[in-house]
Design a protein around this ligand. Structure first.
Ligand SMILES: Cc1cc2nc3c(=O)[nH]c(=O)nc-3n(C[C@H](O)[C@H](O)[C@H](O)COP(=O)(O)OP(=O)(O)OC[C@H]3O[C@@H](n4cnc5c(N)ncnc54)[C@H](O)[C@@H]3O)c2cc1C
Ligand code: SF4
Length: 479
């Protein structure tokens, strides 16, 4: 804390009149801003400009981290922002929710020499939040609009990044989404405590102000077929994410108060956005006062346990069939959850749900790890006769997501998909087997990360631009 901040805290012990309080609040904000700016400069100056920027190499967007840290250390935050936004459509989002321990920060040379990483994510957030505060983030202004139009199915990070890149080139863009708000998992999946909703909304509002048309509550497969959209636009991008929740078929699965993760998280996010959510208000989709059991070990499971804690659950237990070292979720998320009071029941697997009409307890088998399977991870095996029970008023299943059956849903049986149901694309161009139809994000990769979705959206935009330019040349030759 700076001397100025200490002084302010001392002043705050007295009981001043309102006008004085307002003045002190504004003084505080000024001092606080100064404090944060100093902290940011201090943190940025820790970058050793090592000349081997492993951080940049391990950022999926190849962000020019050393240079924007240098500019920030010199107080040139506006230039740092210009540089940062040139490779990332949502730096403030990635700064908040990238698993930096696995990406940029985990590969910081200073971290590897044992002196603690430069906090790259929080610097990225600081730079872009500062840019928003100062009005440096502006809607796109195009010189002249092109005649060609692109339809984008899905308003998640992949679709939004592509929309922005293509709008900058002057194309007409329409984004279709079956939700009532744009943002995809940024708005209804990832909880508010990790990514505040206003951060997503100000981004999507900026895209609207840039002339991108959003058609919400529009489900491709119900409100139109893929073919109808192909006829309407010169090119299409499918960026629909993966939403089919993986299931465990156990006795008692149909008892009340057992929910898929997305139902629980969406209700909580809707409440945070100010929506009326009957099932939450009636206490059904609300963990308050309950013994909650979450099944799964990925980041979605971590979001469920941490949301339950914030809803004042009586107890929160997380069942995971492997051990802590083999957990798929980010180590940082697990540490946060433990700190907040979540109990992890490692090496455990649910066997049966029991109760009269509602869940009352989960019967659980203990697990031991056997020989490695095809993926190289040690295979979980049930310890015979090891079962025990855990009291539960609410169970949340967070076992991961698979793609929906898009060829059937879109009435496009000719659309080529992999054996997992993800869309097959050309490795270089991201075009599907249907001419002029491209795909990006989780629907191609399987459940992944926001930063990869943004990267895919940008790459798809580059390919779509090339495709449309060629199309125009061919058409002009025919004419
Ligand atoms: C609970 C949870 C927490 C996560 N936390 C993190 C995290 O902390 N950090 C991180 O990097 N990643 C996280 N992820 C992963 C990340 O959210 C995804 O990888 C990313 O959002 C994928 O982007 P996308 O654009 O491909 O798809 P999505 O974000 O899923 O967007 C797809 C959009 O397509 C729309 N859509 C689908 N089908 C149709 C249709 N038929 N017609 C019209 N619209 C349709 C959907 O409504 C949605 O808006 C998390 C995921 C979950 C589920
Ligand atoms: S986008 Fe993610 S990986 Fe890249 S610098 Fe930012 S926080 Fe790190």
């Amino acid at each position: 804390m700076t001397d100025k901040m200490l002084k302010f805290t001392e002043i705050g012990q007295q009981n001043p009149p309102k006008r004085e309080v307002d003045k002190r609040k504004s003084d505080f904000n000024e001092i606080y801003d100064e404090f944060i700016t100093e902290k940011a400069k201090e943190q940025a100056s820790r970058c050793s400009q090592c000349g081997v920027p492993f951080c940049q190499v391990h950022c999926p967007l190849s962000n020019n981290i050393p240079d924007w840290l240098k500019l920030t250390a010199e107080g040139r935050v506006k230039e740092a922002y210009e540089l940062s936004q040139s490779t990332n459509n949502m730096p403030e989002v990635c700064g908040r929710i990238c698993p930096q321990d696995r990406l940029c920060e985990g590969n910081c040379v200073i971290e590897q020499s044992g002196h603690g990483t430069v906090t790259i994510g929080s610097m990225e957030k600081y730079i872009t939040d500062t840019a928003w505060e100062h009005g440096w983030v502006k809607p796109i202004k195009i010189q002249s609009e092109k005649n060609q139009s692109i339809g984008i199915i899905g308003a998640g990070p992949a679709g939004l990044a592509a929309a922005e890149q293509l709008r900058k080139q002057g194309y007409k863009i329409t984004v279709y989404d079956r939700y009532d708000r744009p943002g995809g998992l940024l708005i209804y999946g990832i909880p508010n405590f990790k990514l505040e909703k206003f951060v997503v909304e100000r981004r999507t509002n900026l895209l609207k102000e840039s002339g991108i048309k959003f058609v919400q509550n529009f489900e491709v497969g119900k409100d139109s077929t893929l073919d109808q959209l192909r006829k309407k636009h010169d090119a299409l991008l499918i960026a629909t994410g993966v939403y089919k929740a993986r299931e465990i078929d156990l006795p008692g699965n149909d008892l009340n108060n057992i929910f898929p993760a997305m139902e629980f998280l969406t209700a909580s996010n809707r409440k945070g956005l100010g929506d009326k959510v009957d099932l939450f208000d009636k206490g059904v989709l609300n963990a308050e006062g309950k013994d909650v059991v979450v099944i799964g070990g990925g980041d979605t499971a971590m979001d469920c346990v941490r949301t339950s804690i914030r809803q004042n659950a009586k107890s929160v237990k997380c069942l995971y069939r492997r051990d802590k070292q083999n957990m798929p979720g980010s180590a940082r998320e697990v540490a946060n959850a433990e700190e907040e009071g979540v109990e992890f029941v490692w090496l455990s697997s649910p066997k049966e749900f029991k109760g009269l009409s509602k869940i009352e307890k989960v019967i659980v088998d203990q697990i031991q790890l056997g020989e490695p399977d095809d993926s190289g991870r040690r295979r979980p095996e049930i310890k015979i006769g090891s079962e025990f029970e855990i009291k539960a008023d609410m169970v949340i299943k967070a076992l991961g997501f698979d793609p929906e059956n898009l060829p059937t849903l879109f009435d496009a049986p000719e659309l080529s998909v992999s054996k997992w149901g993800t869309i097959k694309t050309d490795f270089d161009t991201m075009e599907t087997n249907l001419k002029g139809v491209f795909a990006a994000g989780d629907i191609v990769r399987g459940a992944s990360l926001v930063v990869w979705a943004i990267k895919d959206g940008r790459d798809a935009a580059t390919s779509i631009k090339k495709y449309l330019e060629n199309k125009e040349i061919k058409q002009s030759k025919v004419a």
